[in-house]
Ligand binder design. Structure first.
Ligand code: DHB
Length: 311
């Protein structure tokens, strides 16, 4: 049994896409819907349509990927329309919608429109896009993050979540968890967004692999697994009862998904591996996790969630 719940809604299984992968257009969302994922989330929306950064802007690497997409998206109205037309009755998969306003004011305007539409979709507000030139990410500015949450949470009213960047310092885990714990309807944190501003260089041509930002971009995939597990576990340990962690980073098979749950994840999102393998990945990772659970004698995710042992 791979079922789970987040923000008061049930997912038939814990797996879905990481926002940004396979979810900009309706055709891709339809493929996620037809896959064995347990849910789906839309591409981070800005107030207006964005073309994004020049290509190449995503490149697979030997142990993951680098990207600087630059928030290409159809504009929030497209995703609001998708959410309005989504069949919540006949689809067992809940719908998550990612919002990534370029300012607090844009986030307020977008959230207000979703609240006005009164839909059962769940908002994941992105505090961690590292790829828009000239825009520092909210996730590394504690005061701005707390202020944004204090403004947005009462407008959202319902349970919602935020997408966080990876943190690398215990003091940051403490500070961010304390902020999250102050916001009653902040029901989950999604850890982690890409490890920001890596640089991949081709040895032969001595050239950066992606074009935007002099080659700097967010790292994902296998190489970030341990950073992701640390962030999932750090928040799992610190968040108040009832608040959940969605794990994302470095899942290429059932084994890493198992480790995310052991670290405390209630659901697991897939970025790089979904981009590389496509939505058929969901059938494989489900089967692999089920086999691991069977071999270890675990019947449900609750049997081992957050139960990583320490020495
Ligand atoms: C993009 C990348 C991110 O990591 C994110 O959270 C939002 C947008 C992007 O480059 O499109």
């Amino acid at each position: 049994d791979l079922s789970t719940s987040i923000a008061g809604v049930s997912l038939p299984n814990l797996f879905f896409n990481a926002s940004g992968v396979w979810c900009q257009h309706e055709s891709e969302l339809k493929e996620l819907l037809n896959s064995e994922s347990g849910s789906l989330i839309t591409k981070s929306a800005t107030f207006e349509y964005r073309e994004g950064n020049p290509s190449p802007r995503y490149v697979p690497l030997p142990a993951g990927s680098i990207n600087s997409m630059g928030l290409p998206n159809e504009g929030y109205e497209y995703y609001l329309n998708y959410a309005k037309n989504y069949d919540y009755t006949n689809n067992v998969k809940p719908l998550f919608v990612s919002l990534s306003g370029l300012s607090l004011q844009d986030n307020v305007k977008m959230v207000e429109q979703f609240v006005a539409a009164d839909l059962p979709c769940i908002l994941e507000i992105n505090f961690s896009c590292p790829n828009v030139p000239g825009k520092p990410q909210l996730g590394y500015d504690m005061d701005a993050m707390e202020n944004a949450l204090k403004v947005l949470a009462p407008i959202v009213k319902k349970p919602f979540g935020i997408k966080l960047p990876p943190y690398f310092d215990i003091a940051h885990f403490d500070a961010v968890a304390a902020i999250v714990n102050k916001i009653d309807n902040l029901a989950f944190v999604t850890c982690v967004n890409s490890v920001g501003n890596g640089l991949a260089i081709d040895f032969e041509t001595e050239t950066a692999l992606i074009k935007p930002k002099d080659g700097f971009g967010g790292l994902g995939g296998a190489m970030i697994l341990n950073t992701a597990l640390a962030n999932v576990n750090a928040f799992h340990r610190r968040l108040n009862e009832g608040k959940k962690v969605i794990g994302v980073g470095g899942v290429t098979s059932g084994k890493e998904a198992f480790l995310h749950v052991l670290a405390g994840a209630s659901a697991v999102q897939i970025g790089t591996q979904l981009k590389e393998e496509g939505p058929v990945f969901f059938a494989r990772v489900k089967k692999e996790l089920e086999e691991i659970m069977q071999a270890k004698g675990y019947k449900s995710l609750d049997d081992f969630r957050g139960k990583v042992k320490t020495l």
